[in-house]
Ligand binder design. Sequence first.
Ligand code: CA
Length: 223
Amino acid sequence: MRILIVEDDDRVGSALEAFLARSGYATVRAADGASAMALLGADTEVVLLDLGLPDVDGIDLCRRIRSRSEVPIVVVTARSQVTERIKGLRAGADDFVVKPYDVHELLARIEAVTRRSRPMRPETDGLVTIHGGEVEIDLVARQVRVDQHPIDLTPKEFDIIAVLARYPGVAVPKDRLIREVWNTDWRGFSHSLEVHIGAIRKKTGAHRIIDTVRGVGYRLVGS
Ligand code: CA
């Protein structure tokens, strides 16, 4: 899971999910506050929070999410009043988008808040280990070590591994990898991505570090 969409309007929610899926994001949707809290997990990357919900006040929900998680929250609302914006930000929201919004603008905001919030996963301290420590991915030194020996990788190869290493064991869509590594939405890089993955596999030899997830993309093997 990547983006938790909290939206009670089914039409708006479905359209948003379709757009984000096309942009390479996995989404999960909650139509009320109770299911939003139930779906909020350690792997939630961003919360898109509509303030007008049937069961709870959106500002209260924002505060509750913030009390449980450091996840970036983008508040989405039809209420354009300045007071709502201030309340939302005080309740822990990272950004604010007023309906009707342009989906590309929303995407830009999502990407901005996720960039701000994830320089490094604190729990890994920049070091991701797999295969019981036989393979180390050092995000600070930009190095992959197999049995303590550094592997000679190109910068792009390391970039691909680094994106996957942020979510060990989680399938990362191809579109997402292409966007993060090549900074483009052009699917023409799909072949290039496959070639790089092949090269990484060759260089890491018998230690399989990347799995293909058919129809989705790739994932770093679990620890
Ligand atoms: Ca609503």
